[in-house]
Design a protein around this ligand. Structure first.
Ligand SMILES: *[C@@H]1O[C@H](CO)[C@@H](O)[C@H](O)[C@H]1NC(C)=O
Ligand SMILES: *[C@@H]1O[C@H](CO)[C@@H](O)[C@H](O)[C@H]1NC(C)=O
Ligand SMILES: *[C@@H]1O[C@H](CO)[C@@H](O)[C@H](O)[C@H]1NC(C)=O
Ligand SMILES: *[C@@H]1O[C@H](CO)[C@@H](O)[C@H](O)[C@H]1NC(C)=O
Ligand SMILES: *[C@@H]1O[C@H](CO)[C@@H](O)[C@H](O)[C@H]1NC(C)=O
Ligand SMILES: *[C@@H]1O[C@H](CO)[C@@H](O)[C@H](O)[C@H]1NC(C)=O
Ligand SMILES: *[C@@H]1O[C@H](CO)[C@@H](O)[C@H](O)[C@H]1NC(C)=O
Length: 407
């Protein structure tokens, strides 16, 4: 009897240490998923679901060290969006802490400030043409710090998408001293510094080419060391131009900003042209610091088996591009891998980098793909789950090195 009880307890302990992921859906939910392995086969199951970031969760920002998850509600049919926070329990379930109304259309957030001191979260607002900042208290509560609304006359040549500034992401540079915000509408990557009170100040931006439509960006330090004098590159994925561009980054003296020199440009297919209608989404440097991974939406260029093994109908899949990173900032195209569905809006690796979780917006699926950390090649699905609504973000509940985690 005692032995049986002990076995049960051990069973429970190993269950609670399963790998957890968090997934957001425009249908209103943020959910916890459990990825488990048994004898070489994997299962992905939903273990918890919350409606506290409703109606339209668009993005998740994880603070794994403090066990906090921030969720943005884009508010697709409301004037305003909102910011919600959750505490992450050991079993992967979430406890809602706070929900606050924001400027409209938040789609990405990043935490900045001193690792052990005052910190804030900055949000990029797509429809609101704005950046907002919120002080964090460390326990999941937050309070308004700053709202910056950009001049609406900043536009680009693509009439239906560039009629106003559209902030699409907020990321930190590798030193943590600057915040960068790709602006799809204004063909800019905006650059901000911040003071001890975490107030953001706009500096000279990176000027993209007219019609690029910069969506997301990722930094790369080829020698693995981040500092102001260190070799640093920035890669920008352009949604409207369907390109990836690389820039050598120079730090100005005394926190004066960043300057950029273009060193690479190609379609997101490398040497080939992308199909008409391709709309690239996410961009990330792999945890091993050797590969750049880029999502392609609406290219439908490969045929793959259905994720549902009982369904023999093959599907036309969108893709994920992998490039090898070179120390001079240039890229070599490595692979066009199936995403196993439609609209890979966002993806993230686990901390090791041997698994890639993909949020398939139009397929309403999360799929976990194998990834070979030596070759960079993305492989077969090991598990998947259908989630109601359009998937917008999926993350592993793991701490990643600074700069490598876009999602
Ligand atoms: C977990 O998901 C797998 C498919 O990935 C399914 O076969 C299994 O029944 C699920 N388990 C539970 C407890 O829901
Ligand atoms: C959070 O705030 C938004 C925007 O004000 C609101 O639409 C939503 O209902 C709120 N959610 C909750 C769970 O209170
Ligand atoms: C955190 O926010 C919640 C919801 O607004 C509030 O009830 C709670 O008192 C706050 N806690 C702290 C420590 O500010
Ligand atoms: C609601 O959104 C509008 C448009 O972005 C903005 O002007 C207003 O300040 C927002 N309200 C709040 C409480 O954030
Ligand atoms: C960048 O690459 C794209 C795709 O190959 C090409 O269409 C475009 O002309 C290039 N831009 C410049 C300025 O070279
Ligand atoms: C997808 O691409 C087709 C062209 O192949 C285009 O007509 C359509 O507007 C695109 N859809 C979206 C949502 O971008
Ligand atoms: C099988 O997959 C196809 C393509 O995704 C889908 O249109 C069809 O509804 C599926 N059939 C069943 C029975 O689920």
């Amino acid at each position: 009897m005692k032995l049986l009880l002990l076995t049960c307890l051990l069973g429970a302990a190993s269950l609670s240490s399963a790998t957890t992921l968090f997934v957001a859906s425009y249908a209103g939910t943020v959910a916890s998923l459990s990825l488990t392995e048994n004898g070489g086969s994997y299962s992905l199951n939903q273990t918890f679901v919350s409606n506290d970031c409703a109606p339209n969760p668009s993005w998740l920002t994880l603070d794994a060290n403090r066990g906090l998850l921030f969720c943005l509600n884009e508010g697709l049919e409301t004037v305003n969006g909102s910011l919600s926070s959750f505490k992450v329990n050991r079993d992967g379930s979430l406890v809602h802490v706070q929900n606050t109304t924001t400027i409209s259309g938040p789609v990405s957030g990043v935490i900045y400030g001193a690792p052990a001191g005052g910190r804030a979260i900055a949000l990029a607002h797509y429809t609101g043409s704005a950046l907002s900042s919120w002080h964090l208290n460390g326990g999941g509560n937050f309070s308004s710090n700053q709202n910056i609304v950009f001049a609406l006359k900043q536009t680009g040549p693509v009439a239906d998408r560039q009629e106003a500034p559209h902030e699409h992401e907020a990321i930190l540079d590798p030193t943590g001293r600057y915040l960068l915000v790709p602006d799809l509408g204004a063909d800019l990557v905006r650059v901000f510094s911040y003071d001890d009170a975490l107030m953001l100040q706009e500096l000279n931006p990176l000027q993209a080419e007219p019609g690029d439509g910069p969506r997301h960006a990722a930094f790369y330090n080829p020698y693995g060391v981040a500092c102001e004098g260190c070799t640093t590159f920035l890669y920008v994925v352009n949604e409207l131009g369907s390109t990836v561009k690389g820039y050598a980054v120079t730090y100005e003296a005394n926190g004066g900003g960043l300057s950029f020199e273009q060193v690479y440009n190609s379609s997101t297919y490398g040497y080939l042209s992308t199909p008409e209608g391709n709309a690239p989404s996410e961009i990330q440097v792999s945890p091993d610091n050797r590969f750049l991974i880029v999502g392609n939406r609406n290219d439908s260029s490969v045929t793959v088996p259905n994720l549902d093994p009982t369904n023999s109908t093959q599907i036309q899949s969108d893709t994920i591009s992998t490039f090898a990173l070179n120390q001079d900032g240039s890229l070599n195209f490595v692979q066009l891998a199936p995403a196993y569905g439609s609209f890979p809006r966002q993806f993230s690796t686990n901390a090791v980098g041997n698994l890639l979780a993909v949020g398939l917006q139009q397929s309403s699926e999360v799929v976990i793909l194998r990834r070979d950390i030596t070759t960079g090649l993305i492989g077969q699905p090991i598990a998947s789950i259908s989630i109601e609504g359009q998937i917008t973000c999926v993350l592993f509940n793991e701490e990643h090195a600074l700069g490598t985690l876009g999602g």
